[in-house]
Design a protein around this ligand. Structure first.
Ligand code: ZN
Length: 396
């Protein structure tokens, strides 16, 4: 497989292209961010935006919040640096880890903020996970869509028209570049959030696998972008904070650790020095593993590439860590298979049609030899409740 000559991202990564020197588009975007953007002017844009909304509504803005490093920093920054009174909106994807929940309590109490949490119906979530794995080789449709759509519904309901997200997508993909204004809206939702499946499509797909819990259009509303006309009428602006200030994850993690006592966690398939990344979901190891089966790279390639671009790691070291950590079969896979009521051979069969060339998926025998010995410390605390209402737990 062809890799970027500057970082370690391979050609199978979504939206990535290479220039004549073999440097990937994300590396070029980040150079652009570092050298070409007038961040002082962007900061002034941010202040203008904030002042247009401050004090006019029940809350100054909404901060969609997972408790990970990006949303925690975003909340801290808007409250402490800009003096805003936000409403925190949390979408509970079903797999929040104990350390994350403790971090959240510490953050909310320290900053002093109102919080709304929404937990979607688990029986619906289970079906959505199965169906999106089957259709797209990505079981996180409910999470991608819910994390975006639910706060937008709250914005409508509470009439709070300013929404701040964290990281801009130009940091990791090439859907938008740094010189384009990234509005977190329905267009972006269809482009990079919903895997090309809207709720209507999903409903049609689910009909084929109805058991004794039929899913209806009402069940899928939290995963649907609210009508664009309603949002426009309210004058909604929905933007990543990272479009206005230069996003620097390592510096930001230092800030939230110091100011909020935020703690990192061990994540499957990730070297311990990256303990700040994706600590919010105990299915993360499975997600990264599926990506590796499909595309031949995992979270470590992504993380070390960021450090390489920022001059904090050599490409050689990045390649070594990638080799050592990416693609190991995670312990969480067993929990995941139980949730869906499938065995590992069936799981491999479901993933196989989604493999991206020229990567070749390993065999079941190969992956079983390539298990990780790294079991996260909170592994035994993850809910094993499947709550299946049918005699046969299988969804497929
Ligand atoms: Zn690159």
């Amino acid at each position: 497989m062809k890799l970027c000559t500057k970082c370690v991202m391979p050609e199978t990564a979504e939206t990535l292209s290479y220039d004549s020197q073999g440097v990937c588009s994300v590396c070029r975007q980040v150079e652009f961010k570092q050298d070409e953007i007038d961040w002082e002017a962007r900061q002034a844009d941010l202040d203008r935006l904030i002042e247009a909304y401050r004090g006019k509504y029940q809350y100054d803005c909404i901060v969609p919040f997972s408790g990970g490093k990006d949303s925690t920093f975003t909340l801290w920054y808007l409250m402490k640096e800009k003096g805003l009174r936000p409403l925190v909106v949390r979408f509970d994807h079903g797999f929040m880890r104990p350390t994350l929940l403790e971090n959240n309590i510490r953050t909310f109490r320290t900053l002093g903020v109102d919080v709304i949490t929404f937990t979607p119906n688990w029986q619906v979530v289970r079906k959505l996970m199965f169906e999106s794995l089957r259709r797209r080789g990505d079981f996180c449709w409910h999470c991608h869509t819910g994390i975006f759509a639910y706060p937008m519904w709250v914005a409508l309901e509470k009439q709070v028209p300013l929404i701040f997200w964290g990281e801009p997508s130009a940091e990791y993909a090439s859907f938008y570049s740094y010189d384009e204004e990234e509005e977190v809206d329905e267009e972006r939702f269809n482009l990079l959030v919903n895997l090309g499946i809207n709720a209507e499509d999903m409903l049609g797909m689910l009909d084929e696998t109805v058991s004794d819990y039929p899913v209806t259009a009402r069940d899928l509303q939290p995963f649907t972008s609210p009508p664009a006309a309603d949002l426009a009428r309210m004058g909604v602006r929905s933007v990543p904070l990272g479009s206005f200030i230069p996003w620097d994850v390592r510096k930001q993690v230092d800030v939230i650790k110091r100011e909020l006592g935020w703690q990192g966690d061990e994540v499957e398939g990730v070297p311990p020095q990256f303990d700040y990344e994706k600590i919010e979901c105990f299915m993360q190891g499975v997600r990264d593993y599926v990506k590796h089966l499909k595309r031949g790279f995992g979270r470590t390639a992504h993380l070390t590439s960021i450090d390489v671009r920022n001059g904090r790691m050599s490409r050689k070291e990045a390649l070594k860590l990638t080799e050592e950590y990416d693609g190991k079969r995670p312990a969480a896979l067993d929990v995941f298979l139980d949730y869906l009521g499938i065995n590992e051979a069936e799981f491999m069969d479901i993933v196989a049609p989604h493999v991206v060339e020229p990567h070749i998926m390993p065999s079941l025998a190969d992956v079983q030899k390539n298990r990780t010995n790294q079991v996260p410390p909170d592994f035994d605390k993850w809910s094993r409740v499947v709550g299946d209402r049918t005699k046969d737990a299988k969804l497929g």
